[in-house]
Design a protein around this ligand. Structure first.
Ligand code: UMP
Ligand code: MG
Length: 253
């Protein structure tokens, strides 16, 4: 009799454990569905339940995803090994050409020739952690990511190579996100992550808040107005907090 009782108890415990495992895995699945996989049938992400709409993040390319400054210096020194140059630690001011013109008219002209050459934009190295961050951001629930980048005036190689760079490093599906414009102020977004300190254009003020991404040329710039600084993409970086804060602002409105 006691044996039957003990067996019954053991069975009960076993079934309870089984139920608990099934229940918690169901919960986990539900949780994942609501936090990561809320998508419409078209595959488009939906706004989180507590937010009226998706957060729109505009990501700059040169100086944020792609290392323009590093490649510029490398190519300049390879092409003009006997000319003076500006080490990265001494860079200041957004336009690298302007600083090279200060070294002499001919040096400025040579500087221009560097980023107008074929292959320059395609061969830019990704900035450390940028591709991982961009992918993670694009996968986030309720976040729409766009690439917002300005081509140079001599667009022959630059425009096509910007598309090629994105395809090479992030893939074909990112073509849908590409915005090429020389006036970023007219683009609608919540956040623009960009290394250029002073972004001006036809719309004043722009819709977006400017997140100033740290680069050699802007290290000493004090953020103005609603600008906030982002010091890079690596694990310590607070880009996730910046997005979360903005999302809160949208929900509160
Ligand atoms: N650029 C110049 N001159 C410079 C530095 C950069 O024309 O001295 C160009 C290169 C990029 C553009 O095409 O400016 C910067 O684009 P954004 O990163 O702001 O999108
Ligand atoms: Mg830039």
């Amino acid at each position: 009799m006691q044996n039957i009782h003990q067996r019954a108890c053991r069975n009960l415990v076993k079934h309870f454990k089984l139920y608990k495992d099934v229940f918690s895995s169901q919960q986990g699945r539900l949780h994942r569905e609501t936090t990561v996989q809320r998508r419409t049938f078209s595959g488009k992400k939906m706004a989180p339940r507590n937010s009226p709409r998706n957060l729109r993040v505009l990501l700059d390319m040169d100086g944020v995803l792609a290392d323009f400054e590093g490649q510029f210096l490398k190519r300049f020194r390879e092409k003009y090994p006997h000319d003076p140059f500006v080490p990265l630690e001494e860079r200041s001011g957004f336009y690298v050409t302007k600083q090279y013109y200060d070294l002499g008219q001919d040096i400025g002209t040579k500087a221009f020739s560097i980023y107008e050459e074929k292959g320059f934009f395609l061969n830019l190295q990704p900035i450390e952690g940028a591709l991982e961050a961009a992918r993670e951001m694009a996968e986030m629930e309720g976040v729409d990511v766009y690439i917002c980048t300005s081509p140079i005036k001599k667009y022959t190689h630059c425009v096509v190579e910007k598309y090629q760079w994105l395809d090479k490093h992030l893939g074909k599906e990112w073509m849908e996100r590409m915005i090429l414009t020389r006036d970023k102020t007219v683009i609608n977004g919540d956040l623009l992550i960009d290394d250029k300190p002073n972004i001006t254009g036809g719309m004043n003020p722009p819709m977006w808040q400017h997140v100033l991404f740290t680069s050699w040329h802007n290290r000493d710039v004090v953020p103005q107005g609603s600008q906030i600084r982002l010091d890079g993409w690596l694990p310590h970086s607070n880009w996730r907090d910046i997005l979360e804060q903005k999302r809160q602002e949208i929900s509160d409105h």
